[in-house]
Design a binder for this molecule. Structure first.
Ligand SMILES: [Zn+2]
Ligand SMILES: [Zn+2]
Length: 366
C-alpha cells in the first residue's frame, strides 16, 4: 500500500510528503491531479485539485468524492477510489469522452495558434471562451464565443460590444485566428468614435446610460438641473452633427433650440464633439470637476426616486418657478387619478402635482 508504487506520476512536493502534484493514470490516460493535506496529514481538511478533463469525466461524482475524502482512512484508499470511479465513468462514456476530448484538443490547438495571451477567460467545460484585444488607447475589448459540439465545423454563437451590428466571419477548419482578426479590424474601425464619446464621458455629466458600454451610441448630457440633451452619435462618422433631442421644460429648451438654429452652420467636422456641441448650444456643459451629479439628478416629485426601472424623471413642469421633474409613468398615473383631468388621443391634460399649473403628458415615448 504505497502511493508511489500505485501512483508513480504523483510526486511528493515537500519532504514531509503532504503535498502531491502530478498525474493520475486512468485507463492509460494521464490526468493532472494535485493533493494538499494539512501538516497533520488529516484527510478531512485536504484539498484535491484536478484538471477540467478529469472533472468532466467525474461529472456528478465530484461532489461524492469530496464527501469520500472526508471519510477515507488513508490518502491511498481515497486515490484508489477516485481512480476506480473515473475508470467506470470512462468506460460508460467512452463515445462521449472521445468526441468531447477531441473537441477540446482541437480548441486547445486553435488557441495555441492564436496565442494564449489573447485568451481572457475559459470556463471549466471549454464551452465559453473570451478572447481579448486591447486597443491603442488601452481599452480592452472582448469577443465571447460559445462553443458547440459541432466546433469547428459550425460557427459558434458569439457576443461583442460594438456600436454597429457585427457579423462574425467563421472559416471552420482555419480555427479562431481569422475570426479574431476580423473582430480586431472591427474594433480598430471605431477608435475615433470611442475617443470622441470618451471625451464627453469624462468632461460632462452623462445621465444616461449610467455606465456607457462600448456599444452605446447615445449620451444624455446634463446642461442644467432638469435640462439635458440626448445625442446619438454615428459610429461610422462620429465627427458629424449628431442627432440631438432636448429634455426639460419648454421654457428651458426654447433657447437651446434657438442657439442650435443659429449655430448649426458652424459645425466643424474636424473638431471634437465636445467643443462643437458647446458651441452649437451656446453652453458650457457642467463637468465632474465643477459640479456634482446630484445637481442634475433631481428626484421625481411623485415617487421621490431618481431611477424608476429604466426611466429617469423626464417630464418637467413648464412653470418657471416650479420646474419639478416627474417620471412619465408616475405622472400618467397621477393625472389619470385626478377627476379634473381628461385624455385626448394619446395626451393627458391635467395639472402639476406641485404648483397646479396646467400640465400635459403624452402616453407614448417622445
Ligand atoms: Zn416617479
Ligand atoms: Zn409645477
Amino acid at each position: 500500500m504505497n502511493i508511489l508504487t500505485d501512483f508513480p506520476y504523483l510526486i511528493p512536493q515537500e519532504p514531509d510528503g503532504f503535498h502531491y502534484n502530478g498525474y493520475i493514470s486512468i485507463k492509460n490516460k494521464l490526468f493532472r491531479l494535485e493533493v494538499k493535506l494539512p501538516s497533520s496529514g488529516n484527510l478531512q481538511d485536504g484539498q484535491v485539485n484536478c484538471d477540467w478533463k478529469l472533472r468532466q469525466v467525474l461529472g456528478n461524482f465530484s461532489s461524492i468524492l469530496k464527501q469520500r475524502l472526508q471519510q477515507c482512512d488513508t490518502l491511498h484508499s481515497f486515490l484508489k477510489e477516485l481512480q476506480s470511479v473515473a475508470e467506470r465513468q470512462l468506460e460508460k462514456e467512452t463515445g462521449f469522452e472521445e468526441s468531447s476530448s477531441q473537441l477540446c484538443r482541437q480548441l486547445i490547438t486553435d488557441i495555441e495558434d492564436l496565442g494564449w495571451e489573447k485568451l481572457a477567460y475559459v470556463d471549466d467545460d471549454f464551452q465559453e471562451i473570451h478572447l481579448a484585444y486591447t486597443d491603442s488607447d488601452g481599452r480592452t475589448h472582448v469577443l465571447k464565443l460559445y462553443i458547440n459540439k459541432q466546433y469547428p465545423h459550425e460557427a459558434p454563437k458569439y457576443s461583442v460590444q460594438l456600436p454597429v451590428k457585427f457579423e462574425l466571419h467563421w472559416s471552420g477548419a482555419r480555427g479562431l485566428t481569422p475570426s479574431y482578426q476580423h473582430f480586431v479590424c472591427a474594433v480598430q474601425s471605431y477608435q475615433e468614435f470611442w475617443s470622441l464619446v470618451g471625451e464627453l464621458d469624462s468632461n460632462t455629466w452623462v445621465l444616461e446610460p449610467e455606465k456607457p458600454a462600448f456599444s452605446a451610441r447615445h449620451r444624455r448630457i446634463a446642461i442644467d438641473s432638469s435640462v439635458s440633451v440626448q445625442i446619438t452619435v454615428d459610429p461610422v462618422n462620429p465627427r458629424a452633427l449628431p442627432d440631438c433631442k432636448f429634455l426639460g421644460s419648454d421654457h428651458a429648451i426654447a433657447p437651446l433650440r434657438q442657439s442650435m438654429n443659429n449655430n448649426i452652420s458652424d459645425w466643424d467636422e474636424n473638431g471634437s464633439l465636445l467643443k462643437n456641441l458647446e458651441h452649437l448650444l451656446d453652453v458650457k456643459f457642467p463637468s465632474p470637476s465643477t459640479h456634482s451629479k446630484e445637481e442634475f439628478s433631481a428626484e421625481c416629485g411623485i415617487c421621490y426616486a431618481y431611477r424608476l426601472e429604466d426611466e429617469i424623471p423626464d417630464e418637467v413642469c413648464n412653470d418657471a418657478r416650479c420646474h419639478q421633474p416627474f417620471h412619465r409613468a408616475c405622472l400618467v398615473e397621477w393625472l389619470r387619478a385626478l377627476p379634473s383631468s381628461r385624455q385626448s388621443f394619446n395626451t393627458i391634460f391635467g395639472s402639476c402635482p406641485y404648483c397646479e399649473k396646467a400640465m400635459t403628458v403624452k402616453l407614448i415615448a417622445r
